[in-house]
Structure formats: C-alpha cells, structure tokens
Design a protein around this ligand. Structure first.
Ligand SMILES: [Zn+2]
Ligand SMILES: [Zn+2]
Length: 178
C-alpha cells in the first residue's frame, strides 16, 4: 500500500506532469481573459449604457466562465446597429406614407408629386407650360423658371378635404367659410 502511494506521489511530483498542469492552468486563464474581452466587445455592440457594460465585464471577470454564461443568457437579443437600422426604416416608411395622399376621384394612393392619377387619369396637378415641372396648386408663377401659371388660386385643396371630412368636420368647414 505504501508502495502504491509512493509511486502515485512520484508521478504527481514528476516535472512533466507539473508542466502539463501549468499548461492547463495557463490555457484556462487565457480562455477566461478571452471571454472577458469577448463580453466587453459583445456588450458594447448590444448595450447603450456604459454602467451596465462595466457590470457585465466585471461579472465576467470576477466569476470566470459562469459570469460570461450569465451575461450570455441576460444580454439584449438585438445589436444596437440593428435597432438603429430598424428605426431608420420605420422613419423612412413613415415619410413615404406622409408623402402619399388619396386621389380625389378614385381613392388610389398617389404620391404628392404625381401629376396624373395612374389609375383613373385624373389630373392631380398642373405642370409649368415652359419647364414642365409639377406646380403646387397655389402657385401663380413657376418657381423654377419664372413662367406665369394660368392656375386659378382659390381654396386649393378644399374640395378634396370636404369629401374626406367627417360630418362634424364638414360642418366646421362650412362654418369657417361662412
Ligand atoms: Zn384616381
Ligand atoms: Zn417652369
């Protein structure tokens, strides 16, 4: 029995095993620090708040591996860049919607720079006789080339508004005009 114990002790004391042990410890330490660095990099892409980033990195540093695992479970699902991109897309869609209106004749969605309704061919705007750019209904002169327009400037959008207005709004419109 003593012999067995001694031989195990000898193996444990052998320089080769000791070297292997140090190598293992070194690898674990490198992996640990790499995970801390990864937490920092990942948190900066996902979290806007510097304090929370510091807490995440410290957790990863103080509790090796477990801290990183906890961070991975609790981290926000989306990258900040993706969130920003989605917000930009939403804003672009909003703008697109705001620049559309209904054709007063057939109720098709038309953009506010259309000259003619693509569906029912109703004239939505007139164009300048000289440079052929679309004119706002209230313009008496073309702002691009200075040509006089022959538009009658009278209550520009009122008829269309009256058509779409709710009864109570129509009443208010009538009152304001009277
Ligand atoms: Zn139309
Ligand atoms: Zn013009």
């Amino acid at each position: 029995m003593d012999n067995l114990f001694e031989s195990i002790n000898n193996i444990l004391q052998s320089p080769l095993l000791r070297l292997a042990w140090y190598l293992l410890l070194f690898s674990v330490a490198v992996l640990w620090l790499a995970l801390v660095f990864w937490t920092l990099k990942d948190a900066r892409r996902r979290i806007d708040d510097a304090l929370i980033i510091v807490v995440a990195v410290l957790t990863s540093l103080v509790f090796p591996f477990i801290g990183t695992l906890v961070y991975t479970i609790l981290r926000p699902a989306e990258y900040l860049d993706d969130i920003r991109e989605r917000e930009l897309e939403m804003r672009a869609m909003e703008q697109e919607l705001m620049s559309t209106q209904l054709c007063p004749n057939c109720r098709t969605l038309v953009r506010d720079d259309y000259i003619v309704c693509p569906r029912c061919r109703k004239q939505l705007r007139s164009t300048c006789v000289s440079c052929e750019r679309p004119l706002e209904r209230s313009w008496r002169v073309c702002p691009y080339c200075g040509e006089e327009t022959d538009q009658q400037v009278s209550r520009p959008e009122a008829p269309a508004l009256e058509e779409t207005a709710e009864p109570f709004q129509r009443e208010a419109l009538g009152r304001s005009r009277a």
